[in-house]
Design a protein around this ligand. Structure first.
Ligand SMILES: NC(=O)c1ccc[n+]([C@@H]2O[C@H](COP(=O)([O-])OP(=O)(O)OC[C@H]3O[C@@H](n4cnc5c(N)ncnc54)[C@H](O)[C@@H]3O)[C@@H](O)[C@H]2O)c1
Length: 318
């Protein structure tokens, strides 16, 4: 299949995800048009991207001038999707997770351009659900980025039943060009691959905390210095080969029976949410951040992740 050469990407929605997605493309040398309805969100986003680019440069992750990277991003406050699509070769939508809104955006893109490939960063809808009643369903594909999208290497690709092969190939090429690691979700299921595993871990964490088996602080230490440490460089299948499949089987036979099978989040988590303890964004969650600004907390966390990215990239080059 002949794949188009992509030069300009349209990113719709300059929120948490659109910000990181736009930065990733700009750092890879692509032109980006980033649009949002909200003027303040858009200008905050552009300021944050600049800071994030500076961090990448400081840590030697990219060799570029901040101005050169940000000059590739054209921020536009607009509702006019048709106007925004003009001159772009690929679209990624990162608007809120509301089915009706996403369908409306898809419809508007398709009425403006019948040729363009459109990716959705949806975290919970299948492409089959999104394209129902939408024109040119074969042009829509799923690209599931992970927060913070400018740092986490993985993007999960999922296709609907009608997604065209050429759209998949074009998307793969674009992800390679922008330095992302991809995996293909071979069947669309809720949570795709990674969020299913995260949810399974979260359920067991809820149980351990609720039963008073471990404190939240020790839980973080335990994970970071064991499975997290290992999984950052050896995948679970590689680890299982190290353990021995016979041993892994016996452990599963015993453990699966005693694991939590809760169908609802833990009461403690629900109480915290009711109290407004939402984490960094509200100043308090499992930890207390009230003595720092949100920006500073995130910058510190990103710095740790960027060290990890450096290691990851150096291993990828080996
Ligand atoms: N937040 C995460 O960690 C995460 C991770 C993976 C995937 N996602 C998915 O990414 C998508 C975006 O999530 P987010 O967390 O970035 O949301 P967000 O609320 O931070 O950002 C969405 C932005 O879209 C803008 N918007 C709404 N309607 C618009 C329109 N018609 N035209 C242009 N802009 C419009 C909003 O003003 C807002 O700034 C969702 O589908 C979400 O499920 C989120």
């Amino acid at each position: 299949v002949k794949v188009n050469n992509i030069q300009r990407v349209l990113v719709i929605g300059a929120g948490i995800m659109g910000e990181g997605i736009a930065q990733t493309f700009a750092q890879a040398g692509l032109q980006v048009r980033l649009i949002d309805l909200d003027k303040e969100t858009l200008s905050k986003c552009l300021v944050q991207i600049r800071k994030n680019v500076q961090q990448f440069i400081e840590l030697g992750l990219i060799m570029d001038e901040p101005d050169c990277v940000t000059a590739r991003i054209e921020g536009r406050q607009t509702e006019d999707i048709a106007g925004a699509v003009k001159g772009c070769d690929y679209v990624i939508e990162a608007v809120p997770e509301i089915l009706k809104l996403k369908k409306e955006i898809l419809t508007r893109i398709m009425s403006a351009n019948s040729q363009i490939s459109v990716a959705s960063n949806t975290s919970s809808f299948t492409i089959d659900e999104l394209v129902e009643g939408v024109m040119y369903p074969e042009r829509v594909i799923g690209l599931h980025y992970f927060n913070p999208a400018h740092i986490i290497p993985l993007v999960e690709i999922h296709r609907g039943r009608q997604t065209a092969e050429v759209v998949y190939q074009e998307t793969l090429k674009l992800m390679q060009q922008s330095g992302k690691q991809t995996v293909l979700v071979r069947k669309e299921v809720p949570g795709f691959i990674v969020n299913r595993i995260t949810a399974a871990i979260e359920r067991e964490i809820d149980y351990l905390l609720d039963e008073g088996i471990v404190s939240p602080e020790d839980l973080d230490i335990a994970i970071k210095s064991s499975i997290g440490f290992r999984f950052a460089c050896l995948g679970p299948m590689e680890v299982e080969d190290m353990i021995g499949l016979d041993t892994a089987m016996r452990v599963s036979q015993r453990m699966f029976k005693v694991l939590s099978n809760a169908a609802e989040p833990s009461p403690e988590l629900v109480v915290k949410v009711k109290r407004g303890e939402l984490g960094i964004k509200s100043g308090k969650g499992w930890y207390d951040y009230r003595s720092q600004t949100r920006e500073n907390v995130l910058e510190e966390k990103n710095r740790v992740l960027l060290q990890q990215l450096k290691l990851y990239q150096s291993r990828a080059r080996e």
